[in-house]
Design a binder for this molecule. Structure first.
Ligand code: NAP
Length: 246
């Protein structure tokens, strides 16, 4: 595979973005910059350069692209990170650089899955039955929608400990990342007497084990559907397809 002789900016914060950075550096790309929003306190180190923090909207993004002489922009952000993907589409157009984007396929409901599909976190909060014990498999910035539910117990999984109490009436915290092993996820659900899971349809393999565990335990999953798919640039379903086009 050829080594791209250019400056490639990868919008990251996902395992796929890390895979892309690793592959490009291994391929001998001239300059690879991974951009993170800065939501995780100690992000895992990435090959190539890393920059952290917002660009300051579309204008700031265009200015960054120009000042760093970026030739190619790769949007490998999370499917629910809609604002940065929209900005990437506009900024690449305004700055006249190539945009390649990864559209991670959504999970598909199987006949033996008990999913309620909802359009928003607010709708997810509304359909939780009273007395439920709910695993909120969501980022810590998405919990406020559930603070009106004082009649349910929440189990909140977080990568970093919170700075203070959470804005929820009844909750427990489990620190750590989701396990990729469905048996371990099933143990966690069983040990904590979880009756429902709330999650977003992120797709990908990393977070799927809880869905498989719920299926095994016949637990209902309240699945928040994706925002409208972003548009613009060349779009790919897999990391391999995107890397081939670079
Ligand atoms: P978002 O709502 O789409 O973005 C909000 C703002 O954060 C953007 O306008 C931008 O600020 C800044 N930003 C977001 N991603 C950035 C990046 N990769 N590099 C530089 N600035 C970035 O995004 P989000 O949902 O908060 O997600 C933030 C990051 O976490 C993304 O990189 C995403 O891949 C990752 N992530 C998100 C989720 C999720 O559930 N949303 C899950 C896993 C990982 P400015 O306008 O100032 O440029």
């Amino acid at each position: 595979m050829r080594a791209p002789a250019e400056t490639i900016l990868i919008l990251g914060g996902t395992s796929e973005a890390a895979e892309i950075a690793t592959a490009l550096v291994a391929r001998g790309a001239r300059r690879v910059i991974s951009s993170l929003a800065g939501r995780t306190r100690r992000p895992a180190p990435l090959p190539g350069e890393t920059r952290i923090g917002g660009f300051g909207g579309v204008a700031g993004f265009v200015a960054y692209i120009r000042s760093e002489h970026v030739d190619t922009l790769v949007d490998a952000t999370h499917p629910f990170a809609a604002a940065i993907s929209a900005n990437a589409s506009k900024a690449s157009h305004l700055a006249g650089v190539r945009l390649l984007a990864l559209d991670r396929p959504a999970w598909q409901k199987r006949h033996d899955d008990a999913w309620s599909i909802v359009a928003s976190l607010e709708e997810a909060a509304a359909v939780i039955p009273p007395g439920a014990t709910v695993l909120l498999a969501l980022g810590s910035q998405h919990l406020d929608a559930f603070n009106g539910r004082k009649d349910a117990d929440f189990l909140v999984r977080m990568v970093d400990p919170p700075d203070g109490p959470l804005n929820l009436a009844r909750y427990r915290i489990i620190l750590g990342r989701p396990s990729p092993d469905a048996a371990r996820e099933a143990d966690l659900l069983r040990d904590n007497a979880v009756t429902h899971i709330v999650c977003r349809n992120s797709g990908g393999v990393g977070a799927y084990a809880k869905i498989e565990a719920a299926r095994r335990l016949r637990l209902p999953v309240i699945m928040v559907d994706r925002p409208a798919a972003p548009t613009g640039g060349q779009r790919f379903d897999t990391v391999d397809a995107l890397l081939t086009a670079l």
